[in-house]
Design a binder for this molecule. Structure first.
Ligand code: COA
Length: 161
């Protein structure tokens, strides 16, 4: 069975380092994630978020990469999915990718994504897949620059409760 690798601290942009998330990062992570939908940051993580964070950190197939400069300035959630096509090679997905708005356009997002691509490649994945709302021009500029293509039509259905 695979074990999601711990990413050791390495520089990805000037004075900014990536590493695997640890327990103490959760309050900064929920603050950062509020920027994805321009929400007001919560005062502290709620019980469901705490439980989800522990589940992610304990998963052998999933991990959160953070970018750290003067505090946490970015993150993404990378998960590896077992697969029965492509000769049984897994694929990787990325969610909750965000860079602090005060630190954008410094190459931090690119650096974080490149590390994630390396983890997925090393895990034997045949592709990395993510979805992005059509309005997210900055993200699309970055994905294009890193060789992602958008040949698919994605569907989602939200539940009311
Ligand atoms: C998308 C996001 C993560 C990019 O992070 P970032 O650290 O600013 O990106 P980088 O500085 O590494 O940019 C690398 C390249 O991506 C492209 N890019 C980044 N921001 C861009 C923008 N606003 N417009 C056009 N291209 C952009 C450029 O090619 C850029 O290279 P360059 O600066 O040399 O021209 C960041 O804008 C963000 O957090 N946005 C809000 C949340 C979000 O949309 N997340 C993705 C959800 S799918």
């Amino acid at each position: 069975m695979m074990r999601f690798p711990t990413v050791s601290r390495r520089e990805i942009a000037d004075g900014v380092y990536t590493r695997s998330a640890v327990e103490a990062d959760l309050p900064s992570i929920v603050t950062l994630l509020a920027q994805i939908h321009n929400d007001r940051p919560p005062l502290e993580p709620n019980e469901r978020e705490i439980a989800a964070f522990h589940e992610i950190l304990g998963s052998p197939f999933r991990g959160i990469l953070v970018a750290e400069g003067d505090g946490l300035v970015g993150m993404l959630d990378l998960f590896i999915v077992a697969n029965l096509t492509r000769g049984g090679r897994p694929w990787a997905g990325i969610e909750n990718f965000v860079i602090d708005e005060r630190h954008r356009r410094r190459g931090i997002g690119r650096g974080l994504l490149e590390v994630a691509l390396g983890v997925a490649r090393d895990a034997g994945c045949y592709k990395v897949q993510l979805v992005s709302h059509a309005k997210r021009d900055a993200a699309h500029g970055l994905y294009d620059a890193l060789g992602f293509t958008a040949p698919v039509r994605g569907y989602r259905r939200y539940f009311d409760t």
